[in-house]
Write a protein that binds this ligand. Structure first.
Ligand SMILES: [Cu+2]
Length: 147
């Protein structure tokens, strides 16, 4: 084998190696940046959650699913001292305990939250935790986690 052909072979191997490595790194980055599913909710001034196109708003997700909760909040009659106008707290249906990481407070306007759906399938409930009007107790919605 001439010196020249050995050189070319080395170059070819390096090129293939780099291409493979780049591909690997790219697919890894893609997995990490997996697009969450967007859920849009209006936390309205009449102390109700609303979801476009749903007469009775409810959220259904898959166990452990990555979510982006996109919220628009409108001030009701009363709000918290810290400026929060509505809350969004996820409770387990069976014992009404809070799900960790799902105790949110909203400021007026648009805001987004990156969340992971509970891993345990079942029925949950979203409740508002800010006394936003005399009808605050009516501010809740069904939340279902599918296996
Ligand atoms: Cu509220």
């Amino acid at each position: 084998m001439t010196r020249n052909s050995r050189l070319w072979r080395t170059l070819a191997l390096v090129t293939v190696g780099c291409t493979l490595l780049t591909g690997l790194l790219r697919s890894g980055a893609k997995a990490q940046l997996a697009q969450p599913r967007v859920i849009e909710v209006l936390a309205d001034s009449d102390s109700r959650y609303k979801i476009a196109g749903e007469r009775t708003p409810e959220i259904t997700v898959k166990s452990g699913e990555l979510l982006l909760l996109r919220v628009t909040a409108r001030r009701g009659k009363t709000w918290n001292r810290d400026g929060s106008i509505h809350g969004f707290s996820l409770l387990r249906g069976k014992d009404r305990t809070k799900v960790e990481g799902w105790d949110l407070l909203f400021k007026p306007g648009k805001q987004e939250f990156r969340l992971t759906a509970p891993t345990e399938p079942g029925e949950y409930e979203v409740v508002c935790t800010v006394i936003c009007s005399e009808d605050h107790e009516g501010m809740h919605m069904k939340f279902t986690v599918l296996p």
